[in-house]
Design a protein around this ligand. Structure first.
Ligand code: BYC
Length: 347
């Protein structure tokens, strides 16, 4: 926690003089004044829409919230490689295989930028992985559903990455610098992911009846899960108010969900698929679409570890971590050897 060094009390001022020790000991005035000043400085920077950087003082709760959100986001990217990775060996053409490999690799890269951003807050990558592997950390609910057909890969690109972009564009303006900067690159790549998915679906929709039915079936299975991805309704979102006050979240869960629905309806029309919601219709007064009720019980069951693929996803990650131990050991041994060689040469 090197960034908290400003918190250390000034020894010269804090050391009590003989005889006055008992009364002075209980008065943390210099520290609290300096903390209040640091807090005021932090608040002013947030109010002015400024950026907080790793070396800056920040309240402990801000740091914790960021570690929670960024590490969960990183885990989502890494676990998110699995449902689509499942189709790399069965992609229908060389072109689709090359695109899918690139996309899945990009998701791995996003995870790595995000772990690096979280590390600047004083939490190690090992700690974050341990939280994931022991089930203490969350990752996006959406990756606990199976990819049953090739159309699922296209629908994940179109809808899952589409929802992710909607959520992530505002994160490019997040108040924490390293997260915001990581998100700029992530969003550029997500945009390619969304387009490749949509284009793959357009091709399938111009194919056979069987292919069209496959796309519609995938849309039916993923639509509601994508709406839930934005998180609980604002009224049931315990972290939103503070996250928005701190400029971490810029747009609320419900507002982002609405933007996603409004953006996706015309895309579905062009594609020729039906979104599986009989209550979905344009509301002239609101100038937005109304949509039906989301099954929040199902969402929470999935978030809490009881979705169709939770155990499989976590098991796969833990297995990969254990089987990769020799790679990490070898890389560390190599780094140590290199360092020893450099020191010998310098001596
Ligand atoms: N799934 O108070 P709330 C991708 C949790 S991957 C699971 O609204 P907050 C991709 C939430 O964590 C992109 N849990 O929380 C990769 C909280 O629990 P804790 C993933 C969820 O943080 C591969 C509780 O519910 N994107 O693009 O203000 C292939 C109450 O929620 C979910 C991100 O991670 C969920 N869906 O808002 C393809 C974006 N929703 O932590 C694509 C970054 C909520 O208090 N994260 N919860 O125990 C965020 O923007 C925010 O953290 C959220 C939640 C909007 C997700």
């Amino acid at each position: 926690m090197y960034t908290q060094s400003f918190n250390v009390p000034d020894q010269a001022n804090d050391t009590p003089t003989a005889g006055a020790a008992a009364s002075l000991k209980a008065v943390p005035a210099p520290l609290s004044i300096s903390e209040a000043a640091l807090q005021a400085d932090f608040d002013a920077r947030i109010d002015a829409d400024g950026r907080i950087e790793p070396q800056d003082w920040m309240p402990e709760a801000y740091r914790k919230t960021l570690v929670r959100q960024i590490s969960q986001h990183a885990h989502s990217e890494i676990v998110g490689m699995l449902p689509e990775g499942n189709w790399i060996s069965r992609a229908p053409s060389l072109k689709r295989k090359a695109i899918l490999i690139a996309k899945v690799q990009d998701e791995g890269g996003h995870g790595l930028y995000l772990y690096s951003a979280a590390e600047t807050l004083g939490t190690s990558r090992d700690q974050m992985f341990d939280a994931l592997h022991t089930g203490r950390a969350k990752y996006s609910s959406i990756f606990n559903y199976p990819t049953l057909t090739w159309a699922d890969v296209g629908v994940i690109g179109w809808l899952v990455d589409g929802a992710a972009i909607m959520n992530q564009i505002p994160l490019c303006r997040c108040s924490y610098g390293p997260y915001a900067r990581a998100m700029v690159r992530v969003c550029k790549e997500e945009s390619f992911h969304q387009r490749q998915g949509y284009e793959a679906l357009l091709v399938m929709m111009s194919g056979t009846d069987e292919q069209r039915a496959m796309v519609q079936d995938a849309v039916n299975r993923w639509w509601w899960k994508c709406l839930a991805m934005f998180g609980p309704p604002d009224a049931d979102s315990p972290n939103s108010a503070q996250g928005m006050r701190w400029g971490i979240k810029r747009i609320s869960n419900d507002a982002l969900r609405q933007k996603f629905v409004d953006a996706t309806v015309p895309q579905a029309k062009v594609l020729g698929v039906t979104l599986p919601d009989p209550d979905l219709k344009w509301n002239e007064t609101r100038q937005q679409h109304d949509y039906g009720a989301i099954d929040w019980d199902e969402f929470w069951a999935t978030v809490n570890g009881n979705g169709p693929c939770n155990k499989e996803r976590l098991g796969t990650r833990v297995k990969a971590w254990n089987e990769g131990q020799w790679v990490r050991d070898a890389a560390l041994a190599h780094a140590r050897k290199q360092q020893a060689r450099r020191m010998l040469e310098a001596a």
